[in-house]
Write a protein that binds this ligand. Structure first.
Ligand code: A3P
Length: 316
């Protein structure tokens, strides 16, 4: 196979523990599960990416509200986002994925050494890799890391809906929710285990709060203005006027984004996913409409055990 990736990467794939998940193979590297289509890029980014102090990294496990922040962070950082010039809002023409490129799904996907020299400061990136897999310069430079997480029950439900929508849109059978649930509780899912992912960033954010801002989807929904102000200050771009806060929140709202043509009709060119699947209900507690009491209790037990003594919790 012709590729710029070292052959050793593909040899390694054959040696890693493997599980089938939602019809695809996942490989376990250093305790976390990755899709084979992304693992070479993840390894290349880890070795070859060089962070600048001005960079901003959005990090998350999947389906925790990342798309909301993929819209908010560029809006805060981009001077146009802060003016009342709605006509030039980049979100009108671009899905949030395009405003914060992914290391593994975009920049390093086809090329282990992409030329990023034409990106100007502040560079905005995102990744789903766990903390320990971040490139060393991301951890050690002065760049900022924003982490977003969410109640594991809502995360699971969102994950199931997302992948189930993708596979049924391609004419495949639905993904049995029980099967997906058991895998999630075992930590077998793309970029899982969820709880270990959260803990890695949580612990680091306690040690270095000036470096990593740890956000929860539930707090964003409950008090979006306060969370937005906190985020803007962390990024060194405080929002002073109430109207600026309102404008950013409106531009990045689920209601607005999900009805924009680009998001209704567009397709992610790197992943092949319809953009519309990134926007669903966006509510807190949607698990109540989707999983049984027994499933709730099981996942709560996993969460309590994993987060014990960490100071982290999501309520019940
Ligand atoms: P639901 O599936 O519960 O509706 P991610 O962006 O990490 O893939 O997470 C997807 C979840 O975030 C989905 O949750 C989606 O509806 C929600 N979401 C997407 N854009 C949002 C926005 N602008 N505001 C709030 N929630 C949003």
């Amino acid at each position: 196979m012709e590729s710029g990736f070292p052959a050793a990467v593909f040899t390694l794939l054959g040696e890693l523990p493997k599980e089938t998940w939602c019809g695809s193979d996942l490989y376990n590297l250093e305790g976390f599960w990755y899709a084979s289509s992304l693992l070479p890029a993840i390894m290349a980014a880890r070795s070859n990416f060089r962070a600048n102090d001005c960079d901003v990294f959005l990090t998350s496990s999947m389906k925790t509200g990342t798309t909301w922040l993929k819209a908010i962070i560029p809006t805060i950082m981009n001077p146009v986002g802060r003016t009342n010039d709605d006509g030039h809002d980049p979100l009108l023409k671009h899905h949030p994925n395009e405003l914060m490129p992914s290391l593994e799904a975009q920049l390093f996907k086809e090329n282990p050494n992409p030329d990023l020299s034409d990106m100007s400061c502040p560079r905005l990136f995102r990744t789903h890799v766990p903390y320990h897999m971040l490139p060393e310069t991301v951890k050690n430079s002065a760049c900022k890391i924003v982490y977003i997480t969410r109640d594991p029950k809502d995360t699971f439900v969102s994950l199931w809906h997302f992948f189930n929508s993708l596979i049924t849109a391609e004419g495949n059978d639905p993904w049995p929710m029980n099967e997906a649930f058991e895998s999630f509780c075992r930590g077998v899912h793309v970029f899982g285990p969820f709880h270990d992912h959260v803990l890695g960033y949580w612990k680091e954010s306690i040690k270095r709060p000036e470096k990593i801002l740890f956000l929860r989807y539930e707090d964003m929904k409950k008090d979006p203005k306060e969370q937005l102000r906190k985020l803007a200050c962390f990024l060194g771009k405080p929002l002073e006027k109430e109207e600026e806060v309102d404008r950013v929140l409106w531009r990045c709202s689920l209601e607005r984004l999900k009805h924009l043509e680009v998001n209704q009709r567009g397709v992610d060119p790197w992943l092949g996913f319809d953009y519309k699947f990134y926007f669903r209900r966006g509510s807190v507690g949607d698990w109540k409409n989707n999983i049984t009491d027994e499933m709730k209790e099981k996942l709560n037990r996993v969460t309590a055990t994993k987060f014990e003594a960490s100071g982290l919790g999501f309520g019940h």
